[in-house]
Design a protein. Structure first.
Length: 243
């Protein structure tokens, strides 16, 4: 009778417990430090639900800025703004309260909104549809109001008015080429171009606002992210109904 030998059972190794740090999702100036912004655990372990939207904000910056010319600033320029760098911010300002996600979201949202407004400005003379013109006017008013508030927070934090996304081709970003094409289009052709650009812009605004709401540190910035997400979602429903 042949004796059957049993191999000893292989011990089960415990699963890794890597926990991404949401507050470090985006570091420093958006578009330059974003490639190092995802927490050490991201990419090696599954990101929990609480960090998915925040990680998406970082990945949007990485993917969107990847095809842009490399910045000529020195490596130290990518470091997060500190309370001792640059001019002193007014008392009670947002300086010192913003984390990397707050900074990245502010700069990205401001850049996206500034790029959209020139397209909306074309609607009164390029579109023959009263509904399209009315919608463009409403969306423009919402964006102009949000821009004023976000620029105020940015300036109070001492971030400066430079656009770190200038020249970038990012998801949802309206490029000068799109604005130029819209300026040459009229009637239904313009309406289709405007509709497509708005859908991409609004979808991306909602997506990155979710990242700020989950991983941002400043209460005021997070409140604005919530308000903008709701406004953009409502605008998207109206745009989707255009024919």
């Amino acid at each position: 009778m042949t004796e059957t030998r049993r191999l000893p059972a292989r011990p089960v190794e415990p699963a890794p417990t890597t926990t991404p740090t949401a507050g470090r999702v985006v570091g420093g100036a958006a578009g330059r430090g974003a490639g190092r912004a995802v927490g050490e655990g991201a990419g090696r372990a599954a990101v929990p639900a609480v960090g998915r939207a925040a990680a998406a904000l970082a990945l949007v910056l990485v993917a969107g800025c990847g095809g842009s010319p490399a910045p000529t600033a020195s490596p130290t320029a990518a470091a997060p703004p500190s309370a001792t760098a640059g001019p002193a911010a007014p008392a009670g300002s947002a300086a010192g309260r913003l984390n990397g996600t707050d900074t990245a979201w502010l700069q990205l949202t401001i850049a996206m909104d500034e790029a959209l407004v020139p397209l909306l400005d074309l609607a009164p003379r390029q579109s023959a549809d009263a509904a399209v013109r009315a919608l463009a006017a409403d969306v423009r008013a919402d964006h102009v109001a949000a821009l004023a508030a976000l620029r105020g927070i940015r300036d109070a934090a001492g971030l400066g008015g430079a656009n770190p996304h200038a020249g970038h081709r990012m998801p949802g970003m309206v490029t000068p080429d799109v604005v130029a094409a819209a300026g040459r289009a009229t009637g239904p052709a313009f309406d289709v171009l405007l509709r497509d650009a708005l859908l991409g812009h609004l979808d991306q605004c909602v997506r990155v606002a979710a990242g700020e709401r989950e991983a941002g540190a400043d209460p005021e910035v997070r409140r604005w992210a919530g308000r903008i997400a709701a406004d953009r979602a409502a605008d998207r429903e109206r745009v989707a109904k255009l024919r």
